[in-house]
Design a protein. Structure first.
Length: 458
């Protein structure tokens, strides 16, 4: 960590970055735990180039944070030397109170310092917490700003555990929220794995959000664990997919998702493996081009209450350079009356015809394959059958499908014990458990018909 003064009070902070081991004990994996508890409040954290972006040395970095309610903001930063620090508030700005419903840019006009990226290169993790009361959930002496960035005790993983446990023991009914972001410095990692992870808990105008489908308005109930799902899968798969972008809640608009696919993922080379993960609400709209046997197009509902139909997502992905594409959908499309279902809410007195095919079938339509018939091979893993609902569980702290994918990635899914978990193995593991415990059966579209490695176990 280096510091220098610019123009009196203007402080330039040079981030020293490095690579964390992306295993179960990494700070990213540990910091998912508070999100698995279903925080009572919503906090959003991003950076000016987007979470997962690459910053060149010398570039300025700007943090953006939003909270639905007023409270006290703390931003933790996990450094490459396996230490963790508080970067906001800091020696130069100690008032951590923020107003709800307002975006804060840090640094900005109100904050007399700057963040600038410096060697060495690698990944850095940011974790923002907003609490109703000003609470020292780590020892109070570490809030003494004798240094620019107070250091937390222990190594980074220990500090992450301390923060996680501190949030778990907050008094029942006391409001708090948390969010995570990460970025890389220097240069992009050399890897064949590119992953886009999307998780939406609360949609625009929550908790009274709605979506217009087929001329009718339907409620979009708040979800609890979709953000945790996206962050947890991104952390678990980071060794195989170091090229990552994560879009959560307000970041996951239709336009942002489209740009992430058609612009960012389009940079993945032909030999790359591309992974698209979505956790959130799904829906259905009437088929307009006659390619659906049941007359319905399935769709993913974006934060801004818009949607992406199966046809267009298939076309976006088919036009990528990458020849191998995996799509994982922890969403359902039929509509439901039950709580905890990842689909639009249907009134008790409303009856919709059952869906007969799923989201994945459009990835095999002739006009889609015609773009790159020899190279476009998409494996699609869906949380449930077309006529079922994808559920999330408070006991699991995740969507049911995502939870068992995560469990399988820890090793149990490696059925042939070769040290590599394939896409087919992770699906088989989840499919062997979920139908026995829940009223949903995962579905797999596999036109490749040969094992596709997903993660090498350590």
């Amino acid at each position: 960590m280096k510091t220098s003064l610019y123009f009196g009070l203007l402080l330039c902070v040079l981030f020293a970055l490095g690579t964390f081991a992306s295993d179960e004990a990494s700070p990213r994996a540990i910091l998912v735990k508070p999100l698995e508890k279903g925080p009572p409040g919503r906090v959003e954290l991003t950076i000016d180039k987007g979470c997962g972006a690459v910053y060149q040395f010398g570039e300025k970095l700007v943090i953006k944070v939003w909270s639905e309610r007023s409270g006290y903001l703390t931003i933790f930063d996990f450094w490459p030397d396996k230490t963790a620090h508080i970067i906001f508030p800091n020696q130069y700005y100690q008032d951590s109170r923020i107003e709800g419903g307002k975006w804060y840019t840090i640094p900005g006009d109100l904050f007399p310092f700057e963040f600038q990226v410096a060697p060495p290169g690698g990944e850095e993790v940011l974790f923002a917490v907003v609490t109703e009361k000003k609470i020292n959930y780590i020892p109070s002496q570490y809030y003494e700003f004798t240094k620019v960035f107070p250091e937390l005790p222990g190594e980074a993983t220990q500090a992450a555990e301390t923060i996680s446990r501190g949030l778990e023991v907050l008094p029942q009914g006391e409001w708090w929220g948390a969010a995570m972001c990460f970025f890389r410095a220097g240069s992009a990692p050399q890897s064949e794995g590119w992953g886009l992870f999307i998780g939406i808990n609360r949609y625009e105008y929550a908790p009274l959000s709605w979506v217009t489908l087929n001329g009718g308005s339907y409620r979009l109930p708040d979800l609890t664990y979709a953000v945790a799902d996206a962050q947890a899968l991104a952390a678990a798969l980071s060794p195989a997919f170091p090229q990552q972008r994560v879009l959560t809640d307000g970041q996951a608009t239709r336009q942002a998702i489209k740009e992430a696919i058609t612009t960012w993922l389009s940079k993945a080379p032909p030999e790359a493996l591309v992974l698209l993960y979505f956790a959130g609400h799904g829906g259905r709209v009437r088929d307009k081009d006659g390619d659906e046997g049941d007359g319905w197009d399935e769709c993913l509902i974006t934060y801004d209450r818009d949607f992406i139909v199966d046809d267009e997502l298939a076309l976006w992905l088919a036009q990528l350079q990458a020849e191998k594409v995996v799509v994982i959908l922890d969403a359902s499309f039929c509509g439901a009356t039950k709580v905890g279902a990842r689909t639009f809410r249907v009134p008790e007195d409303t009856s919709l015809p059952p869906l007969k095919d799923g989201f994945a079938e459009d990835f095999l339509q002739p006009r889609t394959r015609g773009l790159k018939i020899d190279v476009f091979h998409a494996l699609v893993l869906s949380a449930s059958a077309p006529f079922e609902t994808a559920l999330e569980s408070g006991d699991l702290g995740h969507g049911v499908f995502s939870y068992y994918l995560l469990e399988g990635l820890k090793g149990p899914a490696d059925s042939n014990k070769d040290g590599v978990v394939t896409v087919q193995e992770i699906f088989a593991y989840a499919d062997s458990i979920i139908p026995k415990r829940y009223q949903q059966k995962p579905a797999l579209l596999d036109p490749v018909a040969e094992p596709l490695p997903l993660l090498k176990l350590r």
